[in-house]
Write a protein that binds this ligand. Structure first.
Ligand SMILES: C[S@@+](CC[C@H](N)C(=O)[O-])C[C@H]1O[C@@H](n2cnc3c(N)ncnc32)[C@H](O)[C@@H]1O
Length: 227
């Protein structure tokens, strides 16, 4: 019998495999596998394993993100959703009364997002460039959480402009930063410091989590919007 426990977030779970913690979310779409994740049955529910090598949000949680600031019924704007790997777990967390707007500008992963949305009613794929939030402002209202994983040199500016348009005051930012996507000529610590200082123009930074164990030269930044 598999034993499943809560993390600090009531919508994020884990099980132990030996001494290893395996993250899980409760599967909103048990008939569909998004990226080959395992399904686990426990306590009359189906859970999905959440791979920290495939999702920077999962690796941040395992690396000690002090809180997981995404709650049931939240509205989330996700910039750089790619094929929907992480977005699908966020979809599990926010549940059927929540919403995940998934912005992606590349048509190939966008096709996967469309397929994902066919299985999950709370996923709304948006084919658009996150540098120009006006493109999707007709569709997105106020959001509780801004999640960004763009690998763009101007990603902090993009986050600030999307926050100004969509994020409620006191809403949360989770931003995955890959040092080399901003400046590969500088030491990662310097890139992170500059990025965090830029984000501080709009956010009270709560923590920065190094993700190197799972994603080399990446951090996750958690901030609270304080415009
Ligand atoms: C590192 S991948 C994201 C992986 C994804 N967050 C996950 O965990 O499953 C970055 C994605 O951002 C997209 N992207 C980069 N710049 C963008 C922009 N300006 N607007 C929209 N999407 C962008 C890329 O096409 C790519 O799919």
């Amino acid at each position: 019998m598999t034993q499943v426990s809560h993390t600090t977030n009531p919508r994020v779970f884990y099980m132990l495999q030996g001494r290893k913690k395996v993250l899980l979310t409760q599967d909103a779409s048990p008939e569909y596998s998004v990226y080959g994740e395992q399904k686990v049955e426990a306590d009359s529910h189906i859970f999905r394993t959440w791979d920290p090598y495939r999702s920077k949000l999962a690796s941040s949680i395992l690396e000690g993100l002090p809180s997981i600031p995404i709650r049931e019924e939240d509205t989330v704007l996700y910039l750089g959703a790619a094929n929907g790997t992480t977005a699908s777990h966020i979809s599990d967390i926010v549940g059927s009364s929540g919403v995940v707007y998934c912005v992606e500008f590349s048509p190939v992963p966008f096709g996967d997002l469309i397929r994902l949305a066919e299985h999950r009613t709370n996923i709304f794929p948006i084919l658009a460039d996150a540098r120009d939030p006006v493109q999707y402002s007709f569709m997105v209202g106020g959001v509780d959480v801004l999640y960004c994983d763009l690998a763009q040199p101007s990603q902090c500016e993009i986050v600030l402009s999307n926050a100004a348009r969509f994020l409620r005051s006191g809403g949360h930012l989770l931003q995955a930063i890959k040092a080399s996507s901003i400046d590969s000529s500088l030491p990662p610590s310097q890139v992170y410091e500059t990025a965090v200082s830029e984000l501080s123009r709009g956010f009270a930074i709560r923590s920065t989590i190094p993700l190197d164990r799972y994603q080399k030269k990446h951090i996750m930044v958690w901030g609270v919007y304080a415009p």
